[in-house]
Ligand binder design. Sequence first.
Ligand SMILES: [Mn+2]
Length: 392
Amino acid sequence: MSTSPELRKRTFFCIQLELGLRKWLVYKLVSNEEDHALSLLFLGNPLYRNPERRLKTLDEIIRFIQDHERFAITAHARPDGDALGSELGLALTLEKLGKSATVFNSDPHPRPYQCLPGIEKIRVTDSVEGSYDGLFILECNDLKRANLRGLEEYFVINIDHHPKTAPFGDLNWLDSSAAAVGEMIYDLTQALSVDLTPEIATNLYVAVVTDTGSFQYSNTRAKTFLIAGDLVKNGADSAAIAQAVYMTRPHSRLQVLGLLLNTLEVHASKRIASIILTQEMLAKTGASANDMEGIVDYPLSMEGIDLAAFFREEGKDQFRVSLRSKNHYDVSSVAEHFGGGGHKNAAGLLVKGNLQEAVEKVVFELDKLLDGTDEQSPAAAQQTIKPLADDG
Ligand SMILES: [Mn+2]
């Protein structure tokens, strides 16, 4: 029996597709993304499908902590509530075990996190030096995200909940089902049988409450509430934390918010909205870049809007963009297109060009997410599922 032209065509297409994939993987392998490429190459292998099983697990991190004394801890640049709460929760946990722990960050903490117990311990620096048995790096999809020099000198323990984080550390514990790294540090305290002090509980509660948008975002799971409940039981004061984190905004933030809302633009699809922050607005109001947390939720809060973008002028012809989405729209793919990253409903990127070009480029890619989907149904418009807070 001879093969039909249709079958031959399909076979040819499959071979081409496979060759293309192999070429791409080889490129990834030679371009310093070995581990990630390897995990993609072996996607069919069930061990690779479950990074927790393939990679060194929580058990090995526990053993490493038990066998060593001096630790350094860091997280991503421009730290948010999850980064800071997790760093300090971990540092206090290690200290409770009689170990030494030093926290290094490349940027100062935003004002609302002044309330975190132990915040004064954090060293703001541009490099890590000194002798440490191990360096914990939290919430980073690669080593560069910490924006600190000297990290590659250390034994690195990589703990993260971003779905696409590569196993770049010597020990890697990656759990994308965790709403916050704070949840993972909570698991660590339990595995180490450390009694939660009010100070540890407060830090981990701040990590969880900020990364879930006060338990509103779609990453919130039943376990999140169980953890939060246990943290409150052990001394985290939820009302005091909410007040400290969300109700101590400086006057300048509200002034700049007024200017920002005047830039609100709803794009052609009527489902994408953007706002723009210029250096001039910061200068005019005295607001700082640190005061911008949560601002991108304003355009997303509009009825009918599925995708929101917040453009921040960083330098000449350069914009940092925070993306947010409702429901199933995956903005991390758009962020990756520009070399950024993040979660499905919350991601970030850098784009070059003047303001008009930057907005056009990003909105063009966002529009593609909507392609092929029906006009938003009234039922979908009424859905209140919200995105992750964190693009870091
Ligand atoms: Mn996080």
